[in-house]
Write a protein that binds this ligand. Structure first.
Ligand code: FPP
Length: 246
């Protein structure tokens, strides 16, 4: 019998194929557009459209936490027209999608920095995160203006400012200073677009994550591709540094 993520989830044991937290590096929007002789922003728009169905399928598969890498601290180095376009897409998508996501019980959180974002985008993010803060059907984390090294550095600064003693500083305390505080570590990280690297995404949290890379560009990554990634994940033997006894 094929075990579904929902079946596994009831066991609440990531060693048994449970996928509680899925994180996705949505790569390949630009190449998807270039292959079709379209402007790169058309790829970002198609990629954004694709998010809706992946959220739907994730919920159906019993995933509780979904983290999407939308814009890295390094993405500012792109041409200003592309950066501005991505900012506009995010501003519009937050405003347009929030009511239906809220209605579906999705809690939307932002990880990363608000610094450098337009006032309109900042306000949209703050409004949405506040409106949906008590929702529980899916925890959707948008990594926007996010970089793992910056996140770690900021955590260190806050720890020093709080005068946490060396004796009291353990992994749990450290993790509580990260943007992902309270969110379990990702079980699986999917990267579309063919690259096999983390690109500064959740570098602390991914210590024991499984990876899945596909050459499909993000706008072409469909529900069936997500199910395939999950099926692969469920075959993995996660040992967390231990020795298996079975
Ligand atoms: C990666 O493709 C994609 C991005 C850097 C931007 C993705 C941003 C959005 C889709 C905006 C909306 C986000 C949300 C969460 C609603 P790429 O440009 O690196 O593609 P390439 O590798 O082919 O150049």
């Amino acid at each position: 019998m094929t075990r579904t993520n929902k079946d596994s989830l009831n066991k609440n044991d990531s060693r048994n194929g449970v996928l509680t937290h899925l994180a996705i590096i949505m790569d390949g929007n630009g190449r998807w557009a270039e292959n079709k002789n379209l402007p790169r922003l058309a790829g970002h728009r198609a990629g954004t459209e694709n998010i809706r169905s992946i959220i739907e399928e994730s919920t159906k598969l019993g995933i509780k936490h979904l983290t999407l890498f939308a814009f890295s601290t390094e993405n500012w180095r792109r041409p200003s027209s592309e950066v501005e376009g991505i900012m506009n897409i995010l501003t519009n998508v937050i405003k347009n999608e929030t009511p239906s996501l809220h209605q579906k019980g999705v809690k939307i959180s932002h990880i990363g920095s608000l610094d450098g974002l337009s006032q309109e985008l900042k306000e949209a993010i703050l409004y949405t995160t506040d409106l949906t803060r008590n929702n529980k059907s899916l925890y959707l984390n948008i990594a926007f203006n996010y970089g793992g090294r910056t996140e770690i550095l900021e955590a260190v600064k806050k720890i020093l400012a709080d005068n946490i003693s060396v004796r009291n500083l353990d992994e749990k305390t450290f993790a509580s200073y990260l943007d992902t505080s309270g969110i379990p570590d990702p079980d699986l990280i999917i990267r579309t677009g063919g690259e096999v690297r983390l690109s500064n995404f959740l570098i602390w949290q991914s210590a024991y994550s499984e990876y899945y890379s596909t050459t499909k560009f993000w706008p072409d990554f469909k529900k069936r591709d997500l199910r395939k990634a999950l099926a692969t994940y469920q075959q993995r033997n996660r040992r967390f540094g231990e020795i298996t006894t079975d």
